[in-house]
Design a protein around this ligand. Sequence first.
Ligand code: ADP
Length: 501
Amino acid sequence: MKKVLVANRGEIALRIMRSLKEMGIITVAVYSEADRNALFTRYADEAYFIGPSPSNQSYLIQEKIIEVAKNAGVEGIHPGYGFLSENASFSALVQANGMTFIGPNPEAIEMMGNKLAAKQAALIQNVPLVPGTAEPISDTKEASEIAKKIGFPVLIKAAAGGGGKGMRVVENEEEFEEQLNRAQSEALNAFGDGSVFLEKYVASPRHIEIQVLSDTQGNHLYLFERDCSVQRRHQKVIEEAPSGVLTEEIRHKMGENAVKIAKACNYVGAGTVEFIMDEKLNFYFLEMNTRLQVEHPVTEMITGLDLVKEQVKIARGEAISFKQEDLKINGHAIELRVYAEDPTNNFLPDIGTLSVYRTPDGPGIRVDSGYEEGQTIPVFYDPMIAKMCVHAPTRKDAIAKMIRAIDDFRIVGVANTLAFGKFVMEHEAFSSAQFDTHFVAKHFSPEKLIENINPSQEEMDIAALVSVSYIKKDTPAKKVGIVNNQHIQTTSNWKLRSRMR
Ligand code: ADP
């Protein structure tokens, strides 16, 4: 494979191209209007414009991407994550046009893309499932009876759901019917498929997932776990490998079960089998993600592997060059997703220009950025600015390194999750590894960040130089100060933005 097109944007397009270049592969980018000047567009050996900024007019148009790929003479297409990465028809279309899809075959994507089909496969393999229904609900009365048997609270989930959407917690029998009706119509509207099913709502769950790697020769390996329990809106924001709570025995058991799932769908490539774990460390299969995950670097850090290179080698038909016994966990890695979101305002996405953007440096720090100083975060896409990962010999060292890295990261101009990351790192629940997916609800409140906001003189200076233009004209001034001999109006929002570098 000498030439590969990356059907994605931002940090992941860049991250994939870096590995491709190291493998001597020519890189091809496709970009939308908003990404004309993006880092990844400029980094690629060749870049082709594919349409207006909204992704349904550019990054999601399969035919356009195929046309560009054919004209450019590429042999493989890497879909990254999101967009077309878990689209079975795209995987098939790439193959039908004589190119290699760097990912699994359409059948595996299809089977694992439907949570119920995935559960059926798990059931056959004797992989533990959360108590619930493995068939879509057709009869409300019957479902209500099952819910009672499972015991409230129960979770109603959309079979075609994803990205934390399509889930409803039902606390008691009285509200069951109404919630079920709502869930069904929501699922139909959002995913074009109204089928929903029931799951016991695990009260204090951890989200633990296993990275798997499968080749075309039928070898399936597990690359240990990632603990992704720090979430907001059922979506991950901090991940680590290994988990702070797993024993060697449970790790091995989860790994073996993940491999069973990969085998059940004849998986090929890098994939992730997600489990939910209760307080007693019982684990249950949730779903399989048939793509590279945002959080894959923490696995790379503890295994010393490059997952993108492994994906390419597998797509070329090569056998995995190592065995399960060769894999060892080396140290501890943590990832913080640096999102353009305001943690003091319900993690609402923010947009704006990165007037100051300086990433941290030093041994054991990896920042996969999608942007550089002076660039604007577009409204059209996922608001992730960068993923920042640290690697150290122990979990304690990794936390200390992450705190240092956050302190050294400078962002002015856009609200972001850095200060939230520091809050988590410094929290006793996190340092003791005693937390679940309710970390944010249980331990975090915006006041706790605002309390800490006490900008240093240096920050005031930086902010004064660059942020004045970001004060919204209609925002009432909260404070007037003198910085660098200039009168500066500050608002709480402005202070926060400068503080949340
Ligand atoms: P999605 O495909 O939308 O990401 P998942 O099934 O992977 O949905 O679940 C996302 C998150 O929702 C999990 O990481 C967990 O925090 C929560 N969750 C899912 N199922 C359960 C459950 N049965 N009990 C409690 N929390 C759950």
